[in-house]
Design a protein around this ligand. Structure first.
Ligand code: URA
Length: 299
């Protein structure tokens, strides 16, 4: 039987144990690689792996110092962040690649086979030639009707946030981690958040969108998007306030715009706004004194 990345990795862990290593923690990069394997295993596939094309996995941080003869980690591993799927992007422009992904998403079997998502596919909107990508969880009723992300009330709130930043929808790229509206019995305008299974099924599409767009910054809108993208467990409040890393791209987690529809005190608005200021600073966008002071308590 040929060695798989998983069996090689297990072998690598065994060799660490034999050398007396009792503890290993994961770097963010390693966690991303393991997540792609996990997703592939759940999909019945295996990560694209070729000895020549794939770099070594990110090393685990072990509690024992690495001995000189410590074996090199296995070579047969996916590119860091390579979504574990059989997607091969075509040659061509960014638009060609996105068109291909849009078509693929429409018939995406892992999502379709769940039978828990509705039929209409909602892909993305905005400008792919952007530095800033915003990712939400899944389309709702209005998004499904218009086949465009963030066009309902949460979308209006998002537009306000973008305007406050000096941006508009056509200056950024807006997408969702799940491309179909999650289904409910007797569903009318009511929506639900996607399940981890639904997120996992759609993850390869959004990961490839990120790969095509190559934004300088991602904003994860809400906990569902953040957990799905980063593969970390946690609440928005525990994840916001700092930059995370997704294959070299900084990710800022903030509250979903619909949270601000429910909790619109200046204090909550300021939290989201501080995340946006951090994004603007990191992208070296101009920030006026007035912008810096939005939603601060008046003296
Ligand atoms: N909420 C989301 O997360 N995405 C949308 O497109 C709309 C609402």
């Amino acid at each position: 039987m040929s060695a798989t990345p998983n069996s090689l990795f297990r072998h690598y862990l065994d060799s660490l144990i034999q050398q007396g290593t009792t503890r290993a923690s994961l770097t963010d990069e390693a966690r991303n690689v393991l997540r792609t394997w996990y997703v592939a295993a759940r999909q019945g596939g295996r990560p694209a792996a070729s000895a020549s094309a794939s770099p070594k996995p990110p090393p685990l941080q072990t509690s024992a110092p690495a001995p000189a003869e410590m074996p090199e980690p296995p070579e047969l591993l996916p590119q860091s962040g390579e979504p574990a799927s059989s997607i091969t992007l075509p040659e061509g422009t960014m638009e060609d690649k996105l068109q291909y992904l849009r078509h693929l998403a429409q018939n995406w079997k892992p999502a379709r086979e769940l039978n828990s998502l509705r039929d209409t596919m909602v892909f993305a909107t905005g400008n792919p030639h952007t530095k800033l990508m915003l990712i939400g969880e899944a389309p709702g009723y209005y998004e499904e009707v218009q086949q465009e992300p963030f066009v309902g009330r949460a979308g209006e709130k998002l537009n306000q946030i973008l305007r406050a930043m000096g941006l508009s929808r056509d200056m950024v790229y807006i997408s969702n981690i799940v491309k179909f509206r999650p289904a409910l019995p007797n569903q009318r305008t009511n929506n639900r958040a996607p399940t981890p299974e639904e997120i996992e099924a759609c993850l390869p599409i959004i990961m490839h969108e990120i790969r095509v767009i190559q934004p300088k910054m991602i904003i994860a809108l809400g906990g569902t998007a953040a957990v799905g993208l980063l593969g970390e467990q946690g609440s928005v409040s525990s994840m916001r306030g700092r930059f995370h890393d997704l294959n070299g791209i900084p990710v800022r987690v903030t509250y979903h715009p619909s949270y601000l529809l429910r909790s619109d005190s200046p204090r909550e608005k300021r939290k989201v706004w501080e995340d946006m200021l951090a994004v603007m600073e990191r992208l070296e966008m101009p920030i006026s004194e007035k912008q810096r002071g939005y939603f601060l308590p008046r003296e």
